[in-house]
Design a protein around this ligand. Structure first.
Ligand code: DAT
Ligand code: MG
Length: 164
């Protein structure tokens, strides 16, 4: 069907254009919150051009973290990781944008903050603390499957965020 050219129709077409190709779950971990880096992390996400679709501060409990970190159960750093993640409040964020999963992992930098590239969140803002678990400011989903699973864990009430 031909859509007549007028400004009202142009707005409809723009609204219907798919702009969100992907979502990811980002966590600002207790070390980031304790150090007052919530704003810094959010600024990096927004400055890159990703949209924040949902955000909340919470104290995660063991059940939630065991679900979230299921892939790491049985590893030597699992218990320290859960204890660390329960040590203070965290901020959970759903960010949206084309290739946001890969893009945020790039912004975050590699897992080990000592060798994470300068310019990344972990490279600029974290270092080895000599603890059993690596404290590295942020979490970011590593695949579309993980993102869908993790978003459902942290935002079960947001059925509108399902399905990407
Ligand atoms: P990432 O957060 O980069 O996806 P991951 O999923 O392998 O890394 O591990 C989850 C978190 O656990 C990570 O952010 C820091 C901690 N961690 C990972 N490997 C570790 C190790 N070998 N020793 C101590 N802590 C580790
Ligand atoms: Mg991971």
């Amino acid at each position: 069907m031909e859509i007549p050219e007028n400004s009202a129709n142009r707005q409809v077409v723009i609204r219907l254009t798919p702009v969100t190709q992907e979502r990811t779950l980002i966590l600002i971990k207790p070390d980031g919150v304790r150090r007052g880096l919530i704003g810094e992390v959010i600024a990096r996400i927004e400055n890159k051009g990703y949209q924040i679709a949902a955000i909340k501060s919470l104290l995660a409990d063991r059940a939630l973290l065991t679900q979230h970190y299921a892939e790491h159960e049985g590893k030597p750093f699992f218990e320290p990781l859960v204890e660390f993640m329960m040590s203070g409040s965290i901020v959970a964020i759903v960010a949206e944008g084309n290739r946001v999963i890969e893009g945020f992992r790039k912004l975050a930098g590699t897992t080990d903050p000592t060798t994470a590239e300068p310019g990344t969140i972990r490279g600029d803002l974290a270092r080895d603390q000599g603890t059993k678990v690596v404290q590295n400011i942020v979490h970011g989903s590593d695949s579309p499957e993980s993102a869908a699973r993790e978003i459902a864990i942290f935002f079960p009430e947001r059925s509108d965020l399902k399905g990407l």
